[in-house]
Write a protein that binds this ligand. Structure first.
Ligand code: CA
Length: 650
């Protein structure tokens, strides 16, 4: 069975229709499934979401291109269904439809639903917020449960950890804004949600168990995760509540980016892909699944119907839910042609939809590395963004050696790599070193960050590798890191809570002695709320840090010089000062009469420099403050801090 001639399948049976799955057409419901080598396909209809009450099992009719079809002369809104695929005339496993767009509890049964009936009032008139160029975005990565599950969120208990917690303003911890109001106060433009599509390992039937997962264990790619809804048994509930989330964020000018995990399936052999058409949707060698994801398998985007599946899914999310962008997990497992095709197809819906992902894999793929969306092939998919691990590591030190330090923690050897990041990772005439940090096709291609859900938080890493420094100095390091991420050319990306020193405390195993490393969790994918939940009291405790991040975002928004979208602009309007003082650097940004001088001091000593001719306003000091009185001549950039001067307008 595994010796499939893929070229032949794709040539003979590629189906370009947009009607796979269950579609209600007036008072009829039409089901279509693609399975060119199946010898029979059956539709099973159920009244309940757990498969207890099968109504009937109907043979489907084979049409052209390996599509199987059955039409029911009823509007089946609210019914549940599965398919049974038969190969070699033997009954195969029953499975949920890979094209199911709604499902019952735990995603075992597809649900036929009338999507128009799920729209909250006002849904039709709400539009995507404007984002003219990706560098205008400030992305904030949030996990739905982390966001509100802690009692300090101020969210009513029944909505904590749910989609609905992101739909209402007015939540407070004492006098501090939390949750939705916090996003607006900070000024981020987009929220990137960790996977909200249906995932496998949280039992939706038992919310009282306080289970946790990031969600990189995908089960149904076109359905929502049930544990984030208030009723996982009602297929429409999660749809309606997620639309409410999108609508309320859109109303406030915030876009919603989904983290999508098409690179592997959680269940491998038992996945719906494999049960529908064995060996087609995954990559394999001699019948064995290859493991480019590190999760036991990898999907095969180079097979045309898998490519179409990814594109169909993204188009569905973008249109039905008005999603503003997609972040691809382990994007380098997808082939370059697929990524470019995705960009072309989403451009037809809305060219401002953001697309970016991880330019690496989780293991070895059998596909030639020049075919895949690795960072080193960046120029061949220049309209898709890539996470910038070079700027990340130059700021804070290597991710895989927790003791390694970076520019902000006193390491003077990352300066050249850091400059590449500041200049948007595009070629710059003044830069000749650290060539591996120069890979972006345009500044819009680099996603600049120093903290995400993976690995230690920035604050925890600083606590480990700079544990001798007093807390006040570690706070200076954190703020300097934020200044670099937010003021560099490219697209800035922050993790939820980074702006108030997010920490992930780890629960020690019985008998384990605490040390500076093991008290922090570096991989919290299934850790309890104790580790992952946002403790909003920290926002009050580290108020000055939050205010600093907020000031940085406001400053970035104030001038297009801080978010140039074209490499020729960076080449012409950004210039590094020729200074040679360890980890201290200054650069200028200028266009017409507008001009900035930005100084970054990663050293332990105050640094002095002379402002160019003219009167300058200090628009960002070490505390994020701006001052109305003009300055000239000799000025200071205090130890472990950034200062930004702007030429006083005439
Ligand atoms: Ca689930």
């Amino acid at each position: 069975m595994y010796k499939i001639n893929y070229a032949w399948i794709d040539q003979e049976f590629f189906y370009d229709g947009d009607d796979l799955g269950a579609v209600i057409k007036g008072d009829k419901t039409v089901f279509k499934a693609w399975a060119p080598l199946a010898t029979g396909v059956y539709l099973n209809l159920y009244l309940d979401s757990e498969g207890r009450s099968r109504m009937e099992s109907l043979p489907m009719e084979r049409l052209d291109k390996g599509v199987w079809y059955v039409e029911i002369l009823r509007d089946l809104d609210g019914c549940f269904y599965t398919y049974s695929f038969e190969y070699n005339h033997k009954k195969n496993h029953e499975t949920i439809d890979i094209y199911a767009k709604a499902c019952g509890v735990n995603g075992d049964m597809g649900a036929v639903i009338d999507f128009a009936s799920t729209n909250p009032p006002g849904w039709e008139s709400v539009k995507r917020p404007l984002c003219k160029n990706p560098c205008d975005a400030v992305i904030y990565e949030c996990h739905v449960r982390d966001f509100s599950v802690h009692p300090s969120s101020g969210v009513p208990a029944k909505h904590r950890g749910k989609f609905l917690a992101m739909t209402k303003g007015g939540t407070r911890n004492r006098s501090t804004n939390t949750c939705l109001d916090h996003l607006l106060e900070l000024g981020v433009t987009h929220v990137q949600l960790l996977p909200v599509a249906d995932y496998a390992t949280v039992d939706e039937a038992h919310p009282e168990k306080n289970q946790y997962n990031w969600g990189y264990d995908p089960k149904n790619y076109n359905c929502l995760e049930g544990s984030y809804s208030t009723d996982p048994y009602d297929p429409k509930c999660r749809v309606r509540e997620f639309k409410q989330l999108v609508m309320e964020l859109h109303k406030r000018g915030v876009g919603v980016i989904m983290d999508v995990v098409f690179n592997h399936t959680y269940y491998t052999e038992e996945s719906a892909f494999e049960r529908s058409f064995p060996y087609y949707y995954h990559r394999h060698i001699n019948g064995k699944f290859t493991n480019g994801s590190g999760c036991g398998n990898e999907t095969a985007s180079e097979h045309l119907m898998m490519r179409k599946y990814i594109v169909d899914s993204l188009k569905f999310w973008a249109t039905e839910y008005k999603i503003d962008g997609f972040r691809f997990d382990l994007m380098a497992l997808h082939d370059i042609d697929t990524m470019n095709y995705i960009r072309d197809e989403l451009d037809k819906i809305d060219p401002q939809i953001l697309l970016y992902g991880e330019g690496w894999t989780g293991g070895a793929s059998p596909i030639a590395s020049d075919k895949l969306a690795y960072k080193w092939n960046s120029y061949r998919f220049g309209r898709v963004g890539i996470f910038n691990d070079n700027i990340r590591d130059s700021i804070k030190g290597g991710t895989f050696n927790v003791f390694d330090t970076g520019f902000v923690s006193g390491n003077a050897h990352t300066l050249e790599m850091l400059k590449r990041g500041i200049a948007g990772s595009v070629p710059h005439p003044e830069l000749h070193e650290a060539k591996e940090g120069c890979w972006a096709f345009e500044p819009t291609q680099t996603i600049n960050y120093c903290e995400a859900h993976d690995n230690n938080t920035l604050w925890d890493k600083l606590c480990i590798c700079s544990k001798e420094a007093p807390e006040s100095d570690r706070i200076r390091m954190d703020k300097l890191a934020a200044a670099i991420v937010i003021l560099s050319q490219g697209v800035p990306f922050l993790q939820l809570g980074q702006d108030f020193l997010r920490t992930k405390p780890r629960i020690l195993k019985p008998g384990e002695e605490p040390n500076e490393v093991n008290i922090f969790e570096e991989n919290s994918y299934n850790s309890p709320d104790y580790t992952n939940a946002i403790d909003w009291t920290r926002k009050q405790k580290y108020r000055s840090v939050f205010e600093y991040y907020k000031a940085l975002i406001a400053l970035r928004k104030s001038s297009s010089l801080l978010r140039m979208s074209m490499k020729w602009e960076v080449e012409q309007k950004l210039s590094f000062w020729r200074i040679n003082q360890g980890n201290f650097l200054i650069y200028s940004l200028f266009e017409g009469s507008e001009s900035f001088v930005i100084a970054l001091n990663g050293s332990g000593e105050d640094k002095y420099f002379d402002l160019p001719m003219g009167e300058w306003l200090l628009v960002l000091d070490e505390n994020g403050k701006a001052y109305p009185d003009p300055r000239t001549g000799h000025v200071c950039c205090p130890r472990i801090s950034a200062v930004v001067y702007k030429l006083k307008p005439m």
